[in-house]
Design a binder for this molecule. Structure first.
Ligand SMILES: C[S@@+](CC[C@H](N)C(=O)[O-])C[C@H]1O[C@@H](n2cnc3c(N)ncnc32)[C@H](O)[C@@H]1O
Length: 524
Protein backbone atom coordinates (compact mmCIF):
# COMPACT_ATOMS: atom_id res chain seq x y z
CA UNK A 1 0.00 0.00 0.00
CA UNK A 2 1.45 3.41 -0.86
CA UNK A 3 2.06 5.49 2.23
CA UNK A 4 1.72 9.21 1.51
CA UNK A 5 3.80 10.40 4.43
CA UNK A 6 6.72 8.50 2.94
CA UNK A 7 6.13 9.74 -0.62
CA UNK A 8 5.82 6.14 -1.58
CA UNK A 9 5.87 5.49 -5.36
CA UNK A 10 7.87 2.31 -5.99
CA UNK A 11 9.61 2.50 -9.36
CA UNK A 12 8.32 -0.09 -11.88
CA UNK A 13 11.09 -2.50 -13.05
CA UNK A 14 10.67 -1.38 -16.70
CA UNK A 15 11.44 2.21 -15.71
CA UNK A 16 14.36 1.04 -13.55
CA UNK A 17 15.77 -0.67 -16.65
CA UNK A 18 15.45 2.49 -18.76
CA UNK A 19 17.25 4.51 -16.05
CA UNK A 20 20.05 1.95 -15.78
CA UNK A 21 20.45 1.80 -19.57
CA UNK A 22 20.75 5.57 -19.61
CA UNK A 23 23.44 5.44 -16.92
CA UNK A 24 25.27 2.77 -18.88
CA UNK A 25 25.24 5.10 -21.88
CA UNK A 26 26.61 7.94 -19.75
CA UNK A 27 29.37 5.88 -18.16
CA UNK A 28 30.02 2.48 -19.67
CA UNK A 29 32.90 1.70 -17.26
CA UNK A 30 30.39 1.11 -14.48
CA UNK A 31 30.54 1.71 -10.73
CA UNK A 32 32.20 -0.16 -7.86
CA UNK A 33 29.97 1.24 -5.11
CA UNK A 34 26.28 1.99 -5.34
CA UNK A 35 23.99 3.57 -2.77
CA UNK A 36 20.17 3.51 -2.94
CA UNK A 37 19.27 6.02 -0.19
CA UNK A 38 15.52 5.21 -0.02
CA UNK A 39 15.42 1.72 -1.54
CA UNK A 40 11.78 0.80 -0.88
CA UNK A 41 10.96 -2.76 -1.99
CA UNK A 42 14.30 -2.87 -3.81
CA UNK A 43 13.34 -2.49 -7.46
CA UNK A 44 16.45 -0.46 -8.26
CA UNK A 45 18.69 -2.89 -6.40
CA UNK A 46 17.21 -5.90 -8.17
CA UNK A 47 17.57 -4.08 -11.51
CA UNK A 48 21.18 -3.19 -10.71
CA UNK A 49 22.16 -6.79 -10.16
CA UNK A 50 21.21 -7.53 -13.76
CA UNK A 51 22.73 -4.43 -15.27
CA UNK A 52 26.15 -3.99 -16.87
CA UNK A 53 26.74 -0.84 -14.82
CA UNK A 54 27.94 -2.86 -11.83
CA UNK A 55 31.50 -4.14 -12.01
CA UNK A 56 32.79 -7.36 -10.41
CA UNK A 57 33.06 -7.03 -6.65
CA UNK A 58 30.53 -4.20 -6.64
CA UNK A 59 29.14 -3.21 -3.25
CA UNK A 60 25.52 -2.11 -3.11
CA UNK A 61 24.00 -0.47 -0.04
CA UNK A 62 20.35 0.40 0.46
CA UNK A 63 18.53 2.31 3.18
CA UNK A 64 14.79 2.13 3.85
CA UNK A 65 12.54 3.46 6.58
CA UNK A 66 9.60 1.07 6.30
CA UNK A 67 10.26 -2.49 7.60
CA UNK A 68 7.70 -4.15 5.30
CA UNK A 69 9.40 -2.63 2.28
CA UNK A 70 12.84 -3.64 3.48
CA UNK A 71 11.64 -7.23 4.04
CA UNK A 72 10.54 -7.40 0.39
CA UNK A 73 13.79 -5.78 -0.77
CA UNK A 74 15.85 -8.33 1.16
CA UNK A 75 14.18 -11.38 -0.43
CA UNK A 76 16.74 -13.29 -2.54
CA UNK A 77 19.39 -10.61 -2.20
CA UNK A 78 22.20 -12.86 -0.91
CA UNK A 79 22.31 -15.05 -3.98
CA UNK A 80 23.93 -12.51 -6.27
CA UNK A 81 27.42 -13.59 -7.39
CA UNK A 82 30.37 -11.17 -7.18
CA UNK A 83 28.21 -8.50 -5.57
CA UNK A 84 27.74 -7.56 -1.93
CA UNK A 85 24.35 -6.16 -1.04
CA UNK A 86 23.82 -4.53 2.37
CA UNK A 87 20.36 -3.24 3.19
CA UNK A 88 19.56 -1.41 6.40
CA UNK A 89 16.42 -0.34 8.12
CA UNK A 90 16.98 3.30 9.04
CA UNK A 91 15.82 6.84 8.66
CA UNK A 92 18.06 8.45 6.07
CA UNK A 93 18.03 11.66 8.10
CA UNK A 94 19.61 9.85 11.07
CA UNK A 95 22.61 8.78 9.02
CA UNK A 96 25.69 10.76 8.07
CA UNK A 97 26.35 9.31 4.64
CA UNK A 98 30.01 10.26 4.75
CA UNK A 99 30.92 8.81 8.14
CA UNK A 100 28.27 6.18 8.92
CA UNK A 101 28.47 4.04 5.77
CA UNK A 102 31.39 1.61 5.57
CA UNK A 103 32.64 0.40 2.21
CA UNK A 104 35.27 -2.25 1.40
CA UNK A 105 36.66 -0.29 -1.54
CA UNK A 106 37.05 3.31 -2.59
CA UNK A 107 35.94 2.76 -6.21
CA UNK A 108 33.60 5.00 -8.14
CA UNK A 109 30.37 5.76 -6.29
CA UNK A 110 26.90 5.94 -7.84
CA UNK A 111 23.85 7.11 -5.89
CA UNK A 112 20.67 5.97 -7.55
CA UNK A 113 16.98 5.83 -6.73
CA UNK A 114 13.72 7.63 -6.44
CA UNK A 115 13.36 9.61 -3.20
CA UNK A 116 9.92 10.42 -1.73
CA UNK A 117 7.59 12.62 -3.74
CA UNK A 118 6.13 14.65 -0.95
CA UNK A 119 6.22 18.30 0.06
CA UNK A 120 6.62 19.82 3.49
CA UNK A 121 3.03 21.03 3.42
CA UNK A 122 1.93 17.50 2.49
CA UNK A 123 3.91 16.27 5.48
CA UNK A 124 2.27 18.94 7.63
CA UNK A 125 -1.18 17.79 6.64
CA UNK A 126 -0.19 14.22 7.43
CA UNK A 127 1.53 15.27 10.68
CA UNK A 128 4.43 13.12 9.63
CA UNK A 129 7.74 12.88 11.46
CA UNK A 130 9.48 12.14 8.21
CA UNK A 131 11.63 15.21 7.92
CA UNK A 132 15.25 16.05 8.52
CA UNK A 133 14.94 17.35 12.08
CA UNK A 134 18.21 15.96 13.39
CA UNK A 135 20.12 16.60 10.25
CA UNK A 136 22.27 19.65 10.17
CA UNK A 137 24.95 20.64 7.71
CA UNK A 138 27.43 23.39 8.37
CA UNK A 139 26.54 26.47 6.38
CA UNK A 140 23.14 25.14 5.47
CA UNK A 141 20.45 27.08 7.22
CA UNK A 142 17.40 24.94 6.64
CA UNK A 143 14.70 25.21 4.06
CA UNK A 144 15.12 28.91 3.29
CA UNK A 145 18.57 28.18 1.96
CA UNK A 146 17.05 25.81 -0.53
CA UNK A 147 14.51 27.75 -2.48
CA UNK A 148 13.44 30.59 -0.25
CA UNK A 149 10.05 28.98 -0.38
CA UNK A 150 8.06 27.88 2.62
CA UNK A 151 6.89 24.76 0.84
CA UNK A 152 9.74 22.45 -0.13
CA UNK A 153 10.04 18.89 -1.28
CA UNK A 154 11.55 16.19 0.89
CA UNK A 155 13.46 15.07 -2.22
CA UNK A 156 15.18 18.49 -2.33
CA UNK A 157 16.51 17.89 1.16
CA UNK A 158 17.70 14.43 0.17
CA UNK A 159 19.49 15.81 -2.89
CA UNK A 160 21.24 18.49 -0.86
CA UNK A 161 22.15 16.01 1.88
CA UNK A 162 23.72 13.71 -0.72
CA UNK A 163 25.62 16.55 -2.35
CA UNK A 164 27.01 17.88 0.93
CA UNK A 165 27.78 14.62 2.69
CA UNK A 166 29.20 12.72 -0.28
CA UNK A 167 30.90 15.47 -2.28
CA UNK A 168 34.42 14.42 -1.24
CA UNK A 169 33.81 11.01 -2.82
CA UNK A 170 32.85 12.67 -6.13
CA UNK A 171 29.81 10.48 -6.79
CA UNK A 172 27.47 10.36 -9.76
CA UNK A 173 23.97 10.98 -8.42
CA UNK A 174 21.01 9.89 -10.52
CA UNK A 175 17.57 10.28 -8.98
CA UNK A 176 14.05 10.32 -10.36
CA UNK A 177 12.31 13.41 -9.04
CA UNK A 178 9.81 16.12 -9.86
CA UNK A 179 11.24 18.53 -12.42
CA UNK A 180 10.72 21.41 -9.98
CA UNK A 181 12.90 19.53 -7.50
CA UNK A 182 15.60 19.09 -10.16
CA UNK A 183 15.57 22.81 -11.02
CA UNK A 184 15.59 23.90 -7.39
CA UNK A 185 18.53 21.62 -6.67
CA UNK A 186 20.47 22.95 -9.67
CA UNK A 187 19.71 26.57 -8.71
CA UNK A 188 20.78 25.89 -5.14
CA UNK A 189 23.98 24.13 -6.22
CA UNK A 190 24.88 27.05 -8.52
CA UNK A 191 24.17 29.60 -5.78
CA UNK A 192 26.28 27.69 -3.27
CA UNK A 193 29.00 26.99 -5.82
CA UNK A 194 28.85 23.26 -5.13
CA UNK A 195 31.42 21.21 -7.08
CA UNK A 196 29.22 19.97 -9.94
CA UNK A 197 31.10 18.72 -13.00
CA UNK A 198 28.15 17.86 -15.26
CA UNK A 199 24.37 17.68 -15.03
CA UNK A 200 21.66 16.42 -17.36
CA UNK A 201 17.87 16.17 -17.19
CA UNK A 202 15.93 13.35 -18.88
CA UNK A 203 12.17 13.87 -18.77
CA UNK A 204 9.94 10.94 -17.83
CA UNK A 205 6.24 10.37 -18.37
CA UNK A 206 5.10 10.41 -14.73
CA UNK A 207 1.46 9.86 -15.71
CA UNK A 208 2.41 6.60 -17.41
CA UNK A 209 4.84 5.34 -14.75
CA UNK A 210 3.35 6.66 -11.50
CA UNK A 211 -0.11 7.91 -12.48
CA UNK A 212 1.05 11.28 -11.16
CA UNK A 213 0.02 14.57 -12.79
CA UNK A 214 3.33 16.34 -12.31
CA UNK A 215 6.40 16.94 -14.51
CA UNK A 216 9.18 14.57 -13.51
CA UNK A 217 12.62 13.60 -14.71
CA UNK A 218 15.84 11.74 -14.08
CA UNK A 219 18.41 14.27 -12.92
CA UNK A 220 21.98 13.02 -13.25
CA UNK A 221 24.74 15.00 -11.58
CA UNK A 222 28.44 14.18 -11.65
CA UNK A 223 30.23 15.72 -8.70
CA UNK A 224 33.76 16.97 -9.34
CA UNK A 225 36.11 19.37 -7.63
CA UNK A 226 34.48 22.70 -8.53
CA UNK A 227 31.38 24.17 -10.19
CA UNK A 228 32.10 23.53 -13.84
CA UNK A 229 28.75 23.79 -15.58
CA UNK A 230 27.84 26.36 -18.19
CA UNK A 231 24.81 24.61 -19.67
CA UNK A 232 22.61 21.67 -18.73
CA UNK A 233 21.05 19.57 -21.50
CA UNK A 234 17.36 18.64 -21.26
CA UNK A 235 16.25 15.49 -23.07
CA UNK A 236 12.70 14.55 -23.97
CA UNK A 237 12.92 10.97 -22.69
CA UNK A 238 15.33 8.45 -21.22
CA UNK A 239 16.21 6.92 -24.58
CA UNK A 240 17.10 10.24 -26.18
CA UNK A 241 20.70 11.25 -26.93
CA UNK A 242 19.96 14.71 -28.37
CA UNK A 243 18.86 17.50 -26.04
CA UNK A 244 15.70 19.45 -26.85
CA UNK A 245 17.02 22.52 -25.07
CA UNK A 246 19.83 23.71 -22.87
CA UNK A 247 19.34 25.17 -19.41
CA UNK A 248 21.79 27.66 -18.09
CA UNK A 249 22.48 30.83 -16.20
CA UNK A 250 22.13 34.19 -17.89
CA UNK A 251 23.05 37.32 -15.94
CA UNK A 252 22.76 35.35 -12.73
CA UNK A 253 19.27 34.11 -13.57
CA UNK A 254 18.53 30.46 -14.00
CA UNK A 255 17.03 29.94 -17.44
CA UNK A 256 15.27 26.78 -18.58
CA UNK A 257 15.97 27.37 -22.30
CA UNK A 258 19.04 29.50 -22.93
CA UNK A 259 18.53 29.82 -26.71
CA UNK A 260 14.86 30.74 -26.33
CA UNK A 261 15.65 33.22 -23.57
CA UNK A 262 18.20 34.99 -25.73
CA UNK A 263 15.49 35.74 -28.29
CA UNK A 264 13.50 37.67 -25.67
CA UNK A 265 16.24 38.97 -23.39
CA UNK A 266 15.45 42.58 -24.39
CA UNK A 267 12.23 42.27 -22.38
CA UNK A 268 14.12 41.57 -19.15
CA UNK A 269 13.77 44.51 -16.77
CA UNK A 270 11.93 45.83 -13.76
CA UNK A 271 8.19 46.23 -14.11
CA UNK A 272 7.26 49.81 -13.13
CA UNK A 273 4.17 48.86 -11.10
CA UNK A 274 4.25 46.58 -8.12
CA UNK A 275 2.48 43.27 -8.58
CA UNK A 276 0.24 42.47 -5.62
CA UNK A 277 -1.02 39.12 -4.47
CA UNK A 278 -4.75 38.58 -3.84
CA UNK A 279 -6.30 38.37 -0.41
CA UNK A 280 -5.12 35.64 1.96
CA UNK A 281 -7.58 34.52 4.61
CA UNK A 282 -7.36 30.69 4.94
CA UNK A 283 -11.05 30.64 5.84
CA UNK A 284 -12.66 29.97 2.46
CA UNK A 285 -15.54 27.99 3.96
CA UNK A 286 -16.74 31.11 5.78
CA UNK A 287 -15.67 34.14 3.74
CA UNK A 288 -15.94 32.89 0.15
CA UNK A 289 -19.54 33.09 -1.01
CA UNK A 290 -21.54 32.30 -4.13
CA UNK A 291 -24.70 33.92 -5.51
CA UNK A 292 -27.74 31.68 -5.85
CA UNK A 293 -30.50 32.25 -8.41
CA UNK A 294 -32.65 34.10 -5.85
CA UNK A 295 -29.94 36.67 -5.23
CA UNK A 296 -28.82 35.19 -1.90
CA UNK A 297 -25.22 34.76 -0.88
CA UNK A 298 -24.32 31.25 0.23
CA UNK A 299 -21.22 30.03 2.05
CA UNK A 300 -19.51 26.73 1.25
CA UNK A 301 -21.85 24.87 3.62
CA UNK A 302 -24.86 26.16 1.69
CA UNK A 303 -25.95 28.52 4.51
CA UNK A 304 -27.53 31.82 3.43
CA UNK A 305 -25.26 34.64 4.56
CA UNK A 306 -26.87 38.04 5.35
CA UNK A 307 -24.18 40.52 6.28
CA UNK A 308 -23.54 44.23 5.66
CA UNK A 309 -22.84 44.71 1.94
CA UNK A 310 -19.99 47.11 2.66
CA UNK A 311 -17.75 44.21 3.59
CA UNK A 312 -18.63 42.01 0.61
CA UNK A 313 -16.71 42.28 -2.68
CA UNK A 314 -16.86 40.52 -6.03
CA UNK A 315 -14.27 37.73 -6.08
CA UNK A 316 -12.29 36.18 -8.91
CA UNK A 317 -10.17 33.13 -8.21
CA UNK A 318 -7.29 31.90 -10.40
CA UNK A 319 -9.48 29.60 -12.48
CA UNK A 320 -12.06 32.41 -12.97
CA UNK A 321 -9.33 34.66 -14.33
CA UNK A 322 -8.01 31.98 -16.59
CA UNK A 323 -11.37 31.23 -18.20
CA UNK A 324 -12.65 34.81 -17.94
CA UNK A 325 -15.39 35.90 -18.70
CA UNK A 326 -17.00 32.43 -18.37
CA UNK A 327 -18.91 32.33 -15.07
CA UNK A 328 -17.10 35.47 -13.90
CA UNK A 329 -18.57 37.20 -10.84
CA UNK A 330 -20.51 34.25 -9.53
CA UNK A 331 -18.45 34.55 -6.34
CA UNK A 332 -17.98 37.09 -3.56
CA UNK A 333 -15.66 37.45 -0.62
CA UNK A 334 -16.03 39.01 2.80
CA UNK A 335 -13.08 41.31 3.51
CA UNK A 336 -12.66 42.15 7.17
CA UNK A 337 -9.84 44.69 7.12
CA UNK A 338 -8.76 47.60 4.93
CA UNK A 339 -5.04 47.18 5.50
CA UNK A 340 -2.78 44.68 7.21
CA UNK A 341 -2.91 45.12 10.98
CA UNK A 342 -6.21 47.04 10.85
CA UNK A 343 -8.20 46.42 14.07
CA UNK A 344 -11.19 44.34 13.01
CA UNK A 345 -13.04 44.80 16.32
CA UNK A 346 -14.78 47.88 14.91
CA UNK A 347 -16.93 45.46 12.89
CA UNK A 348 -18.88 44.67 16.04
CA UNK A 349 -20.26 48.26 16.08
CA UNK A 350 -20.31 49.06 12.37
CA UNK A 351 -21.54 45.75 10.96
CA UNK A 352 -23.25 43.74 13.70
CA UNK A 353 -24.66 41.10 11.31
CA UNK A 354 -21.23 40.40 9.94
CA UNK A 355 -19.73 40.30 13.44
CA UNK A 356 -22.32 37.75 14.54
CA UNK A 357 -21.72 35.65 11.43
CA UNK A 358 -17.94 35.70 11.96
CA UNK A 359 -18.29 34.85 15.66
CA UNK A 360 -20.60 31.95 14.83
CA UNK A 361 -17.90 30.56 12.54
CA UNK A 362 -14.86 31.53 14.59
CA UNK A 363 -13.68 27.90 14.72
CA UNK A 364 -12.72 28.15 11.01
CA UNK A 365 -10.51 31.13 11.85
CA UNK A 366 -9.10 29.45 14.97
CA UNK A 367 -8.02 26.49 12.85
CA UNK A 368 -5.81 28.68 10.65
CA UNK A 369 -2.33 27.19 10.96
CA UNK A 370 -0.16 29.95 9.53
CA UNK A 371 1.86 31.93 12.09
CA UNK A 372 0.97 35.19 10.28
CA UNK A 373 -2.40 35.21 12.06
CA UNK A 374 -0.94 34.80 15.55
CA UNK A 375 -1.50 37.87 17.74
CA UNK A 376 -3.56 39.66 15.05
CA UNK A 377 -7.10 41.02 15.43
CA UNK A 378 -9.85 38.42 15.22
CA UNK A 379 -10.81 37.36 11.67
CA UNK A 380 -7.97 39.40 10.16
CA UNK A 381 -6.75 38.88 6.61
CA UNK A 382 -3.54 39.44 4.64
CA UNK A 383 -2.79 40.64 1.12
CA UNK A 384 -4.97 43.67 1.76
CA UNK A 385 -4.02 47.33 1.40
CA UNK A 386 -5.11 50.49 -0.39
CA UNK A 387 -4.20 48.75 -3.65
CA UNK A 388 -6.94 46.12 -3.09
CA UNK A 389 -9.59 48.84 -3.38
CA UNK A 390 -8.26 50.44 -6.60
CA UNK A 391 -11.10 50.77 -9.15
CA UNK A 392 -9.18 49.22 -12.05
CA UNK A 393 -6.80 46.31 -12.12
CA UNK A 394 -4.94 44.02 -14.47
CA UNK A 395 -4.78 40.52 -13.06
CA UNK A 396 -3.36 37.09 -13.85
CA UNK A 397 -3.67 33.62 -12.35
CA UNK A 398 -0.28 32.59 -10.94
CA UNK A 399 -1.08 28.91 -11.19
CA UNK A 400 -1.89 28.35 -14.85
CA UNK A 401 0.68 27.25 -17.38
CA UNK A 402 0.22 30.00 -19.97
CA UNK A 403 -0.03 33.67 -19.04
CA UNK A 404 -3.33 35.51 -19.57
CA UNK A 405 -3.89 39.05 -18.30
CA UNK A 406 -7.40 40.42 -17.71
CA UNK A 407 -8.38 44.08 -17.34
CA UNK A 408 -11.01 44.62 -14.67
CA UNK A 409 -13.10 47.55 -13.55
CA UNK A 410 -15.60 48.09 -10.77
CA UNK A 411 -18.27 45.43 -10.61
CA UNK A 412 -21.66 46.84 -9.58
CA UNK A 413 -19.72 49.76 -8.13
CA UNK A 414 -17.39 47.55 -6.05
CA UNK A 415 -13.67 46.88 -6.56
CA UNK A 416 -12.91 43.31 -7.57
CA UNK A 417 -10.88 41.11 -5.21
CA UNK A 418 -8.76 38.08 -6.06
CA UNK A 419 -7.70 35.05 -4.09
CA UNK A 420 -4.06 34.53 -3.17
CA UNK A 421 -3.34 32.41 -6.25
CA UNK A 422 -3.66 35.60 -8.36
CA UNK A 423 -1.49 38.67 -8.91
CA UNK A 424 -2.69 42.08 -9.98
CA UNK A 425 -1.51 45.60 -10.51
CA UNK A 426 -3.86 48.37 -9.27
CA UNK A 427 -4.68 51.14 -11.75
CA UNK A 428 -6.70 54.34 -11.69
CA UNK A 429 -8.38 54.47 -15.10
CA UNK A 430 -10.07 52.18 -17.58
CA UNK A 431 -7.66 53.32 -20.31
CA UNK A 432 -4.67 52.39 -18.24
CA UNK A 433 -6.10 48.98 -17.43
CA UNK A 434 -7.12 48.29 -21.05
CA UNK A 435 -3.76 49.33 -22.49
CA UNK A 436 -1.81 47.52 -19.82
CA UNK A 437 -3.73 44.27 -20.39
CA UNK A 438 -3.25 44.62 -24.15
CA UNK A 439 0.49 45.20 -23.73
CA UNK A 440 0.96 42.30 -21.30
CA UNK A 441 -0.88 39.96 -23.66
CA UNK A 442 1.37 40.75 -26.64
CA UNK A 443 3.29 37.78 -28.07
CA UNK A 444 6.59 39.26 -26.81
CA UNK A 445 5.36 39.48 -23.22
CA UNK A 446 3.91 35.99 -23.39
CA UNK A 447 7.09 34.48 -24.79
CA UNK A 448 9.28 36.30 -22.26
CA UNK A 449 7.15 35.06 -19.37
CA UNK A 450 7.19 31.52 -20.71
CA UNK A 451 10.96 31.64 -20.99
CA UNK A 452 11.60 32.86 -17.45
CA UNK A 453 8.97 30.78 -15.70
CA UNK A 454 8.78 27.05 -15.44
CA UNK A 455 5.47 25.57 -16.61
CA UNK A 456 5.86 22.53 -14.33
CA UNK A 457 6.07 24.75 -11.24
CA UNK A 458 3.10 24.96 -8.97
CA UNK A 459 3.03 28.73 -9.45
CA UNK A 460 4.74 29.57 -12.76
CA UNK A 461 3.78 33.28 -12.67
CA UNK A 462 4.88 34.46 -9.27
CA UNK A 463 5.35 38.08 -8.25
CA UNK A 464 9.09 37.63 -8.77
CA UNK A 465 8.56 36.49 -12.37
CA UNK A 466 6.02 39.22 -13.23
CA UNK A 467 8.19 41.93 -11.74
CA UNK A 468 10.85 41.16 -14.38
CA UNK A 469 8.73 42.38 -17.34
CA UNK A 470 10.30 45.37 -19.07
CA UNK A 471 7.30 47.62 -19.74
CA UNK A 472 9.26 50.11 -21.80
CA UNK A 473 10.88 47.54 -24.09
CA UNK A 474 7.58 45.71 -24.59
CA UNK A 475 5.95 48.97 -25.44
CA UNK A 476 8.60 50.00 -27.95
CA UNK A 477 8.57 46.60 -29.66
CA UNK A 478 4.82 46.14 -29.95
CA UNK A 479 2.62 46.76 -32.97
CA UNK A 480 0.81 49.95 -31.89
CA UNK A 481 -2.17 49.45 -34.16
CA UNK A 482 -2.74 45.95 -32.82
CA UNK A 483 -2.23 47.27 -29.29
CA UNK A 484 -5.06 49.74 -29.85
CA UNK A 485 -7.38 47.09 -31.27
CA UNK A 486 -6.70 44.85 -28.26
CA UNK A 487 -6.92 47.71 -25.77
CA UNK A 488 -10.32 48.72 -27.13
CA UNK A 489 -11.52 45.15 -26.71
CA UNK A 490 -10.43 45.20 -23.04
CA UNK A 491 -11.89 48.65 -22.61
CA UNK A 492 -15.32 47.54 -23.80
CA UNK A 493 -15.31 44.86 -21.09
CA UNK A 494 -14.68 47.29 -18.26
CA UNK A 495 -16.37 50.51 -19.31
CA UNK A 496 -19.81 51.40 -20.56
CA UNK A 497 -18.46 54.30 -22.58
CA UNK A 498 -18.04 53.82 -26.30
CA UNK A 499 -14.43 53.41 -27.37
CA UNK A 500 -15.04 56.07 -30.04
CA UNK A 501 -15.80 58.91 -27.67
CA UNK A 502 -12.86 58.35 -25.39
CA UNK A 503 -10.85 60.90 -27.19
CA UNK A 504 -7.49 60.24 -28.63
CA UNK A 505 -6.17 56.77 -27.76
CA UNK A 506 -2.70 57.80 -28.81
CA UNK A 507 -2.74 60.41 -26.05
CA UNK A 508 -3.81 57.71 -23.65
CA UNK A 509 -0.90 55.55 -24.70
CA UNK A 510 1.47 58.46 -24.08
CA UNK A 511 -0.10 59.07 -20.68
CA UNK A 512 0.28 55.44 -19.68
CA UNK A 513 3.87 55.48 -20.77
CA UNK A 514 4.64 58.62 -18.75
CA UNK A 515 2.73 57.30 -15.77
CA UNK A 516 4.66 54.04 -15.96
CA UNK A 517 7.94 55.90 -15.95
CA UNK A 518 6.80 57.93 -12.95
CA UNK A 519 5.75 54.74 -11.20
CA UNK A 520 9.15 53.29 -11.91
CA UNK A 521 10.81 56.26 -10.22
CA UNK A 522 8.54 55.85 -7.20
CA UNK A 523 9.06 52.14 -7.13
CA UNK A 524 12.85 52.31 -7.53
C1 LIG B 1 9.29 7.02 -4.04
S1 LIG B 1 9.57 5.61 -3.03
C2 LIG B 1 10.81 4.85 -4.00
C3 LIG B 1 11.30 3.55 -3.53
C4 LIG B 1 12.46 2.98 -4.34
N1 LIG B 1 13.58 3.89 -4.28
C5 LIG B 1 12.06 2.77 -5.77
O1 LIG B 1 12.50 3.58 -6.60
O2 LIG B 1 11.35 1.83 -6.08
C6 LIG B 1 10.37 6.37 -1.69
C7 LIG B 1 10.81 5.43 -0.61
O3 LIG B 1 11.47 6.21 0.37
C8 LIG B 1 11.22 5.65 1.64
N2 LIG B 1 11.50 6.68 2.62
C9 LIG B 1 10.74 7.79 2.90
N3 LIG B 1 11.32 8.54 3.84
C10 LIG B 1 12.49 7.90 4.17
C11 LIG B 1 13.53 8.20 5.09
N4 LIG B 1 13.47 9.28 5.85
N5 LIG B 1 14.57 7.34 5.19
C12 LIG B 1 14.62 6.23 4.39
N6 LIG B 1 13.66 5.91 3.50
C13 LIG B 1 12.61 6.72 3.39
C14 LIG B 1 9.74 5.27 1.54
O4 LIG B 1 9.41 4.30 2.51
C15 LIG B 1 9.68 4.71 0.11
O5 LIG B 1 9.92 3.33 0.08
Amino acid sequence: MPNNAFGDFQTPPELVKLVLDRLNAIHSLGWARILEPTCGVGNFIRGLTQSPIIIDGCEIQGIELQPEHLALATEGMNAIPLTTVKLRLANLFDINLHTDLTWESTGRLLVIGNPPWVTSSGLGILDSDNHPKRWNIKGFSGMDALTGASNFDLAEFIWIKLLYELKDQQPTIALLCKTTVAYNVLKFAAKKNLPLKTAGVWKIDSKKWFDAAVDACLLVIEVGTRWDISQIPIYNDLTSDSPVSMMGFEDGNFVVDVEGYRTVVEFEGVFPYEWRQGVKHDAASVVELTHDTQGNLLNKNGEIVRVEADYVYPLLKGSDLHKYPVKAFSKAVIVTNKYIGDDTRHIEQLAPHLWRYLCQHSDAFDRRKSSIYVGKSPFSMFGIGHYSFAPYKVAISGLHKSPRFIALGLQAGRPVMFDDTCYFTPLQSAYEAALMAALLNTPNAKKFLEMISFAGAKRPFSKKVLQRLNFQALFIACDKNQLLVDAKMHYRQISNESTDIIGNWHDEIDKLFVSALEQKRLFD
